[in-house]
Write a protein that binds this ligand. Structure first.
Ligand SMILES: [Zn+2]
Length: 286
């Protein structure tokens, strides 16, 4: 089971540099998200593919026509927070407000319920277990914010496949992103900068051997211009230049080699009664 997802945010929605991590600055920076997402939508049309789009609330508010276009083309809309703040930097009250806003903005644009969530920067962990209660209260039934093979506060490692997070009176279907062990570090290969960095033969080998993968990209991953926008910061220029000249070609190979589903499509196909379960009760793991 291979799942295709995109986090719809702009090139400056990054965590590497505090300079860019200020919403009051975002309006003054040159936007690339509409242009790059339009390229993605054409690519998906040409390849007859549907995907899940985790949208940042700020982008939804600013470019409602883009989000409507994604929805009208039959893709699946999901939430990626309102202001892209890592969950562990928010109080539960602020997380509640942020989640409420992104869901409201998305529902206002399409009129469809939003049931799928991904936290910015995979930032759900042992300190933010309360977040699941809030996600549930806002109608979220599927999450894709965890990384496999890590503890992230859970008693066992996060399974390298979809699993059920059993909570007090409800459950969340979790779709983690897989990692592999490289010298004790758990490294991603199925998306974004990691996908751009690894040679395609390696990604393909990992996909072939696993049978479950969550591929995730940003519109900026396919834009070989954005590194020029990180003026005066050689580290960011390098980081966001790596692989962008080849990423469209690699992505084409990937969709030729594997059949992809949306998150919702995968959730419908899975036999959840056979899935692994982790238990979370009253904000604690038992
Ligand atoms: Zn993001």
């Amino acid at each position: 089971m291979y799942i295709l997802s995109f986090d719809i945010e702009d090139w400056f929605h990054i965590f590497d540099d505090a300079y860019y991590n200020k919403p009051e600055k975002w309006d003054s920076l040159p936007a690339r998200v509409v242009r790059n997402t339009n390229w993605l939508l054409s690519f998906l049309d040409e390849n007859n593919l549907k995907a899940t789009f985790f949208c940042l609330g700020w982008v939804v508010e600013k470019y409602p026509d883009l989000i409507r276009k994604i929805s009208d083309k039959g893709h699946e809309l999901a939430a990626h927070s309102y202001l892209h703040t890592k969950v562990h930097h928010l109080s539960s009250k602020d997380f509640n407000k942020d989640t409420e806003l992104v869901i409201k903005r998305l529902q206002d644009v399409t009129g469809k319920p939003i049931q799928i969530y991904r936290a910015p920067g995979f930032s759900l962990n042992k300190n933010t277990l309360w977040a699941f209660e809030i996600l549930h209260a806002h109608g979220i039934t599927i999450d894709s914010s965890l990384k496999s093979n890590l503890h992230m506060g859970f008693p066992g490692r996060i399974p390298p496949e979809a699993f059920l997070l059993k909570c007090n009176g409800y459950s969340i279907k979790e779709f983690p992103t897989r990692t592999f062990n490289l010298g004790g570090k758990h490294i991603i290969y199925s998306g974004s900068g990691y996908f751009r960095l690894w040679p395609y033969w390696f990604v393909k080998k990992m996909f072939r051997s696993s049978g479950y993968e969550m591929a995730y990209f940003h519109p900026r991953d396919f834009d070989d211009h954005i590194h020029k926008l990180f003026k005066g910061n050689p580290y960011l220029q390098l980081r966001y230049r790596i692989g962008t000249s080849h990423s469209r070609k690699k992505f084409q190979s990937m969709v030729n080699d594997f059949n992809f589903l949306t998150v919702g499509g995968a959730a419908e196909q899975l036999r959840w009664e056979d899935a692994k379960e982790l238990k979370l009760v009253n904000g604690k793991l038992v």
